[in-house]
Design a protein around this ligand. Sequence first.
Ligand SMILES: *Cc1c(COP(=O)(O)O)cnc(C)c1O
Length: 370
Amino acid sequence: MLASLEIDLGAIRANAEAIAAFVAPARFGAVVKANAYGHGLADVARALDDWVATFCVYAVEEAAALRDAGINAPILVMGPIEPTDLETAHASHAAITLWDTGAYARRVASVGRRRQSPMRIHAKIETGVTRLGLAPANVAAALEAYERTPELEVAGAFSHLAAAEELDSDFTLVQLERFQESLAPFTARPLVRHIAASAAALLWPQTRLDLVRVGIALYGLWPSPETHARLGEKIALAPALRWTTRLVEVRDVPAETSVGYGRTYRTTAQSRIGVLPIGYAEGIPRAVSNRGAVLVAGKRCPIVGRVCMNMTMIDVTSVPQACAGDEVTLIGRDGVSTLTAEDWAEWAGTIVYEIVARIPREVPRVYRPT
Ligand SMILES: *Cc1c(COP(=O)(O)O)cnc(C)c1O
């Protein structure tokens, strides 16, 4: 393979424990959707299986994959499930997310009936992302209907926040209020209530409730630069992923040589141009063309020209000894230098989530054990 990833499971476990201590007594849900944010679903889950309150995934296939990998902890499928996949969810002993009150909810119950044990559900409440969930005004009637259905086991209720990174906005508190108010008639029920993802869990103590659903911070990445600036001193998070490739070609070129499609880069002096065997199809955002950098022999080498589908060119003039076969670090430390997913997000004009979630599944991952 032309690139590889090294994942430090010990760092992930340490991040989880640090966050759990920070948010206690709220319990810790580990969000492992999108292939554990690119870190590898099964291996990340195994490192946390004896310890988490629940794993949170998006799709039913992820729940089934976790069970195939021998995972025993509870699982919550947060996303929609095709009616034909409800059997799989039940067979995977996963809790599903329910907000329907019509034919779909009856179908869920019928699966519980046929399989002779209730389907475990968390009711989803829409409080301000304008995405999935029951309108707050409909929560009481829906929950009562779920409770009257013996084939449904109502285990929890949750919502999701739209602007938890924004400390100067009170919208988080507005959403929390809508959530709590819609559940007020159910105060006595043993429902697991949850609304906080990483940013809220770290920044808004009042949102922690019974459980926090932590994704990005689990991987040692901050939900936003502002969150990092605010809490970087208070809680230590260690990035867990190292992404490397190798130079496949290095050539000396004179000044005034153009590099790549569209000839958007021209050398201004005699230069050494290196070629990486991965491009935007392998997870390097095309938006970092003429903006990003990688590390070769501990030195920062700029990405020059446009990122191609499967190749990327870099300027290695500052590393005279560089030659084909040398290791290139995209994310991680090399000598005294480090590049982070945050750096890539800034160059690409996106968020760290997108950088790691788009690293392809096929890239081989090597795991450092906990
Ligand atoms: C992705 C997701 C999370 C985790 O968000 P982070 O910001 O990565 O912690 C939590 N809850 C829901 C519903 C999500 O979709």
